[in-house]
Design a binder for this molecule. Structure first.
Ligand SMILES: [Zn+2]
Length: 379
């Protein structure tokens, strides 16, 4: 990658080395980038305002060399920034350090195109490092990315105590970390509630519920429902679990009736195991992959040890998990992580001093750039 070989020098390098360039940006490590005012003014609102300042009529115009604007970013960062806003080959950015530096520069110089073009880079990195991307997105108020990262973090059981604290933890506010934990807790509670409400098992809109209605009896729908008049389960499967399922149906006289059915103990063990798994990974996918996880073989083997349950246990559990996973996803999807915008509003109202310090810093950078060009025009 070209940017990795950059060393401290004032010699411009391709593709930012055009002889007819009309402005030069110098990095803090003394690398020059020769560009065109019309392009950079289009890409950066700050640069546009700076470059359209009225020229000093008394300034001599016999110096053919373009003005040099010193910037505080490194050459590596500036090359990424300029490649993302000029009609040249886009940069290869693979690290979050580079992403962070480029986004900071894009925000400082108000370069929306750079931020927009960098989104695809962040999206590529997101699945690999959601916690770091969350921190960066939160700081830079990229609400959609922060929310997407927070959702991916639902898959991370050790979110509360990462093995290695990401560098972003040194700068992001505790409120940002608190926010993602609150979101996660809301998702856990929503997922568990969806498992506690099993009314749909006999009364929902799915093939087994319709089968029960057609047959006129709920026992036919799932193998873990006991038939009160015919219980020939194996001794190990005889015990009934604590979950009672209610079936609401229309009697032959047309009245609405409700009957409770006990369930097998292994079914209750299965539901309990799912709840335990959801407490650390509150996602439908946790339910979908549950049967494939090793620790759940014990529950399945208990079901398969019963002659009555064996023929349908695996198929029934798989269908149950698929339907339940959809309900967990729907319950979790109702929650979204609080946006950085909401956080910013809170920060504004609670910490004016900190915000003013940031604004003052941004203003000094802005004035520094303007003064550099104005002085150069006059020289
Ligand atoms: Zn059985």
């Amino acid at each position: 990658m070209a940017s990795q070989s950059l060393i401290a020098t004032s010699s411009p390098r391709a593709p930012f080395d055009d002889d007819d360039a009309d402005i030069v940006f110098r990095s803090c490590d003394n690398v020059d980038f020769r560009l065109y005012k019309v392009i950079i003014a289009k890409a950066s609102r700050v640069m546009h305002d700076m470059l359209t300042l009225p020229s000093d009529p008394s300034a001599a115009d016999d110096d053919a060399s373009p003005p040099v604007v010193p910037l505080t970013e490194t050459a590596r960062t500036l090359e990424h920034v300029f490649r993302l806003c000029c009609p040249v080959e886009h940069p290869t950015i693979t690290t979050l350090e580079d992403v962070h530096a480029v986004l900071e520069a894009a925000r400082k110089y108000e370069m929306p195109a750079v931020t927009a073009n960098l989104r695809w880079v962040i999206k590529l990195i997101l699945p690999k490092e959601p916690l770091r991307v969350y921190g960066i997105a939160y700081m830079l108020e990229m609400e959609d990315v922060a929310r997407e990262a927070a959702k991916l973090l639902l898959e991370e059981p050790s979110l509360h105590l990462p093995t290695i604290a990401p560098p972003e933890f040194q700068v992001i506010p505790a409120l940002a970390i608190h926010t993602v934990h609150v979101y996660r807790q809301k998702c856990v509670e929503a997922a568990l509630r969806s498992v506690d409400d099993l009314d749909w098992v006999l009364n929902g809109d799915h093939e087994r519920a319709r089968l029960a209605i057609t047959a006129g009896k709920a026992m036919i729908s799932w193998c873990w429902i006991s038939d009160p008049n015919y219980n020939n389960h194996a001794a190990s499967c005889a015990a009934e679990g604590s979950i009672q399922l209610k079936w609401t149906y229309t009697s032959h006289t047309g009245g609405r009736m409700q009957t409770s059915y006990p369930t097998r103990r292994w079914f209750v063990s299965h539901v309990d195991a799912i709840k335990s798994a959801l407490a650390s990974r509150p996602l439908g996918q946790t339910v979908r992959t549950h049967l494939a996880d090793g620790p759940n073989c014990e529950i399945l083997s208990e079901a398969l040890s019963c002659n009555r349950c064996r023929p349908a246990a695996y198929v029934d559990l798989t269908l149950f998990d698929t339907l339940l996973a959809g309900k967990v996803d729907a319950a979790v999807d109702k929650w979204t992580c609080r946006s950085p915008g909401e956080y910013l509003h809170q920060r504004e109202s609670r910490n004016h001093a900190s915000l003013l310090r940031q604004l003052k810093n941004d203003l000094l950078v802005y004035m520094n750039v303007i003064c550099s060009v104005t002085l150069l025009r006059r020289s």
